[in-house]
Design a protein around this ligand. Structure first.
Ligand code: MG
Length: 311
């Protein structure tokens, strides 16, 4: 199994199968399982993050943040190739309701949208005239607003961006309507990171990767209220997460994926050989879970489906 920094194009022999181990703590998790193995689709990243699935092209894009590249896994050819390098140290991604890529970029410290013609539109790069820290993860609301987190990981050191003094007074959660200025929707995080709306969008889950916990807010228009801590990660910290079609939260952790009830109860785990940063559901039926785990991209077909696209 080669481990290097180059893409492994067209070599299905690297699709290594690893026994999958589900661990259940709750009766509600007993129906949740899937293939008895994980498939390692790609290895050779330094820190894989930001998986986003494009149903129309059956492709998955993900970031290799310290290597400053975006990779693209093609479900049809089962190959991974470099989509963008240099990439501006992309981190989190999502796909909007029009099928466009939304990106968090540590390098230029901005949120962008890649248009259908390939041009890049800057959605946000400052707040009150000061540069953002380093946008980390991103979701879109059905009203067209874009919500993202802005911790300082990309400016702490040169490892995954460019070291710099922060210009913002803190690490905030922002909401931005494209074409307008961003507003702060939560200002009491240490390091806000992954975020996702509940299925009916009445709530927003946001994790704090410094404190290792997950919070839930009530969403009313363009504001958040509440913010109770509903879970603390029991293995490392939560980073990125997504919801399945029943509203369960599939969250990254140091030992793999933790599956939480919407109330935060830990229902079960899917163990992964590497520390997991993020995940997303994909495949034609949304029942393929794609997992970015440090050096590698993994997948497993589940007996549950992800929340409808885009989410
Ligand atoms: Mg993140």
């Amino acid at each position: 199994m080669p481990v290097d920094n180059d893409p492994i194009d067209g070599d299905p022999s690297v699709h290594h199968r690893i026994p999958a181990r589900f661990e259940s703590f709750d009766d509600r998790f007993t129906t949740v399982s899937g293939d008895p193995y994980l498939v390692r689709l790609f290895t050779g990243a330094r820190w894989a993050e930001g998986p986003v699935y494009f149903p129309a092209s059956r492709a998955l894009m993900f970031s290799d943040v310290p290597n400053d590249r975006v990779l693209r896994y093609d479900e049809i050819t089962q190959t991974t190739s470099v989509f963008l390098r240099p990439a501006g140290y992309h981190n989190g991604h999502t796909v909007d309701r029009h099928g466009r890529l939304l990106s968090c970029e540590h390098g230029p410290r901005r949120v962008t949208r890649t248009e259908h013609d390939g041009s890049v539109t800057v959605i946000a790069d400052s707040y009150q005239g000061k540069r953002l820290n380093s946008p980390n993860d991103i979701v879109e609301h059905s009203d067209g607003s874009i919500w993202f987190t802005d911790p300082a990981y990309g400016i702490d050191t040169d490892y995954e961006g460019f070291a710099a003094e922060p210009e913002q007074d803190g690490c905030y959660v922002f909401r931005v309507v494209p074409g307008e200025q961003p507003t702060v929707v939560a200002d009491d995080f240490d390091r806000p990171n992954g975020l996702a709306f509940s299925l009916d969008q009445s709530q927003l889950y946001v994790c704090d990767s410094a404190l290792g916990h997950l919070r839930v807010f009530d969403v009313t228009g363009d504001t958040l209220t509440g913010g109770a801590v509903i879970a603390s990660c029991t293995a490392g910290v939560f980073d990125g997460f997504r919801l399945d079609a029943t509203g369960r939260i599939w969250a990254s952790s140091a030992e793999g994926v933790h599956v939480l009830d919407p109330d935060g109860t830990l229902l079960g785990k899917l163990h992964v050989p590497e520390k997991v940063a993020n995940l997303t559901f994909g495949g034609p039926r949304r029942n393929d879970l794609y997992i970015t785990g440090t050096t590698s991209l993994y997948t497993i077909r589940l007996r549950v489906t992800g929340a409808p696209f885009p989410h």
